[in-house]
Design a protein around this ligand. Sequence first.
Ligand code: URA
Length: 247
Amino acid sequence: MLKIHGEAIVRLDKLLSSLGYGSRKSISRMAKKGYIVLDRSSIHDSSHKINITSDVRDRLYIKGEKLDPLPGMVLMMNKPLGVTCSHKEVGKLVYDFLPDRWRHRIPALSTIGRLDKETSGLLLITDDGELLHKIIGPKNHVKKVYLVDVADPLTKDAVDIFASGALMLRGDIKPLASAELKIIDPKRALITITEGRYHQVRRMFAAIGNRVVRLHRTQIGALKLPDTLDQGSWKTLSLSDVTLVFD
Ligand code: URA
């Protein structure tokens, strides 16, 4: 596995194969054909060692395209309904929206937590296992905000029960941490939770005799899903975007 922290000197074929550009053999062929350009000159020998500087993506082009993000990438996606957060289930997967080549990246990309197939909205994806565990780790209490439409009108009782820190979900052995419910319309609310239990929001509403009819995640920490990101679209995040997750 190729893990790059800060500057490093790496063989070109090792770097490119870890990013999914192909086997070392096929990368050698690409180099011979002049498809690999570093600092405006073709590199014909794929065993060439390059210095991975912070601006390497502006210096290295493969078949005329800027180098893919290096390991340690984080992206946000607006997950559509009907799509699964899994690498190998039947049907459409969130990874199908990313470039095909990225299926072959090592380390692999994974979703940071999951959204149900029938939940839409903000989904984070990374190849940084440490970051992933920091965000989903139960001790970190990262806030997740969902817009929820329900079948029956909401009352102040729901607000109090969710805030109580005493609500037990069926099959669980520990009550839920306090959650905030802001009623927007009788059948629409924003809910903020700090845990990530299985089908948590749907089960919370079921526990008070209601039913979720639409669930859409809008925010993780202080990081919001922008209105400009269409369903199925994604964008890579900067370090300062990622920092917002912990606010
Ligand atoms: N809670 C749910 O019930 N489903 C999700 O996808 C996320 C939170």
